[in-house]
Ligand binder design. Structure first.
Ligand code: NAG
Ligand code: NAG
Ligand code: NAG
Ligand code: NAG
Ligand code: NAG
Length: 502
């Protein structure tokens, strides 16, 4: 019986339709079940045992148990799903829908006692309609809604479109929000949301769906549409496009070198260079003006050099000064011409107005100075008018050289070359002629016989003993003998003597 009761309860439970969706409330419901309960009930029994009494039976009590069955009402609880207050089951009995006690005529019941009216209808029961822009029982009021918001025909309340807010939908969503009732939060990082769609409109210099990417290198501005105009490696500000120039460059688009006298970052370094020099616009190395040199262009070109980096050779002559800047010559007095190599007077004349005639011997003179009239003699000549040859043992220009010749040789008054006498040779006439030659430049051959030697100067033969004659080719005669046949033979009786030793 007890078991079958439980079963009935279970099957009753199973017949509840299961509710889905919102607005379902759960209540604990109590119920009673009848149950038969069995119980051990104690009872007393009297027994007789043997004892010393009279009669010898004594009574004794003992507790025993018996099972009794009882019907009992048990109170139980169980959860029951039911629609929350204000809701009722729908026709299919599987959901809870709100209940509006008055029917929503042109609308739907969206919450307990709340009709949501179709557009154009209003009032608690959505039974009021007015022409667009009007509201009230008699549609006597004008709607004040703006921005295409619809107006409740019952009370004139505005229901705003996405992106608008305010009593009359007159305000855009405040910055940072968008959408229906401005409830969405704007996520643009460097830009503004469209108040209706939430789409980001990036600030100048940014791009990407959330405007979190700076413009790609080389572009800037709104939508990164502007191309960077910076030259020479300059980069541009992603927002404004202003150029940041590399060292040594300046100008709006970095197209200009630093102005004269400046270099480096932002052209803010001053050149440390002198004599009008500027410096390299990037690294500050001095770039000297022509005619100057040194790290800081402090030095004038060395003598004889001119121009940029002093690489040109001066071509000025006759003691002219050479400009270190352009190599031009400032001639000394008496000279003219580009390189000062021309006399400033016609040939044979000299003086301030070329009014004097030169007194120099024209054959022996190199130059009659056009300013002073002084004679510049050719080598080998001397004296005021170049008529006197160099004194002995001197030579050359102004007879300033001293001859260095041996064996009494003369030297050329022009170039100092030794002019050897007969019998000598060598640069300084220091060597006698080689054997078997003699005379000027040792040009002649000796002609001596019988082992005679020959004078290198004259070619005269020195005969050995026993020989005589120009070429020593004759033996001594006339009973003579010995060197130069000077000795008389002393042999008797007609005997001849040895011509060498007698
Ligand atoms: C209102 O709606 C009309 C037509 O739908 C449209 O042309 C107009 O731009 C809208 N005005 C506003 C402020 O949304
Ligand atoms: C670069 O030079 C300009 C003009 O001299 C100056 O206005 C600017 O502040 C300088 N910029 C920097 C970073 O020094
Ligand atoms: C500076 O730059 C110029 C040109 O690039 C180069 O010739 C020169 O050697 C540089 N000077 C220094 C000190 O780096
Ligand atoms: C200058 O003279 C030197 C030596 O006299 C020569 O080596 C050099 O080439 C010359 N320079 C010029 C530019 O003529
Ligand atoms: C030196 O001068 C003489 C004339 O006096 C000439 O014959 C000779 O060739 C000259 N020598 C040189 C090396 O010029």
């Amino acid at each position: 019986m007890f078991l079958s009761l439980i079963l009935i309860a279970a099957s009753f439970c199973g017949t509840f339709a299961h509710l889905e969706g919102p607005n379902v409330c759960i209540r604990q419901e109590t119920y009673t079940v009848k149950a038969r309960i069995s119980e051990e009930q104690p009872y007393q029994v009297r027994e007789f045992v043997w004892c010393l009494n009279v009669p010898p039976r004594c009574s004794k009590y003992k507790i025993k148990h018996k099972t009794v069955h009882k019907d009992q009402n048990l109170v139980r609880t169980r959860p029951v799903e039911e629609c929350c207050k204000g809701y009722a089951k729908n026709a299919a009995e599987n959901q809870c829908i709100p209940v509006c006690s008055n029917v929503c005529l042109h609308g739907t019941c969206v919450a307990p006692e709340t009709c949501q009216c179709e557009t154009g209808y209003g009032g608690p029961n959505c039974d009021i309609t007015c022409d667009k822009g009007l509201w009230g029982r008699e549609c006597q009021n004008e709607c004040e809604c703006q921005n295409n918001a619809t107006c409740d025909p019952f009370n004139g309340h505005c229901s705003c479109n996405r992106g608008w807010i305010g009593e009359f939908c007159q305000k855009r969503c405040p910055s940072g929000s968008y959408g229906q009732d401005c409830l969405e939060e704007c996520r643009c990082e460097n830009g503004e949301c469209d108040h209706i769609s939430g789409k980001c409109k990036c600030h100048s210099g940014y791009t990407g769906p959330l405007c979190d990417d700076p413009c790609p290198i080389g572009t800037h501005g709104y939508d990164c549409k502007s191309k960077c105009p910076c030259q020479n490696g300059g980069t541009c500000h992603s927002v404004t496009g202003v150029c940041f120039c590399k060292d040594g460059w300046t100008g709006q688009v970095c197209a200009n070198r630093c102005p004269f006298g400046f270099w480096g970052y932002n052209c803010s370094q001053k050149c440390d260079c002198y004599n009008g020099a500027s410096c390299h616009h990037i690294n500050g190395t001095c770039e000297c003006q022509p005619g100057f040199t040194g790290d800081r262009c402090l030095d004038v070109c060395p003598d004889g050099k001119w121009g940029k980096d002093c690489t040109n050779n001066c071509t000025c002559q006759n003691d002219a000064k050479c400009s270190n800047k352009d190599g031009s010559c400032s001639c000394a007095k008496g000279w003219t011409g580009k390189t000062c190599n021309e006399r400033s007077c016609p040939k044979g004349l000299w003086g301030f107005k070329c009014q004097n005639s030169c007194q120099c011997n024209s054959d022996n003179t190199e130059l009659c100075h056009a300013w002073t009239g002084e004679c510049d003699c050719k080598p080998g000549w001397n004296s005021k008018d170049c008529t006197r040859p160099c004194p002995i043992l001197s030579f050359g220009k102004a007879c300033a050289g001293t001859c260095k010749c041996d064996n009494n040789a003369q030297c050329s008054p022009i170039n100092g070359t030794c002019l050897c006498g007969p019998g000598f040779t060598g640069k300084q006439c220091e060597q006698p002629c080689p054997l078997d030659s003699f005379g000027m430049d040792c040009a002649q051959k000796c002609d001596c016989k019988n082992g005679a030697t020959c004078s290198t100067e004259t070619g005269q033969c020195h005969c050995p003993a026993g020989w005589e004659g120009q070429q020593c080719d004759r033996p001594c005669s006339n009973n003579q003998f010995g060197m130069q046949c000077k000795n008389k033979c002393d042999c008797r009786n007609g005997a001849s003597c040895n011509p060498v030793n007698g």
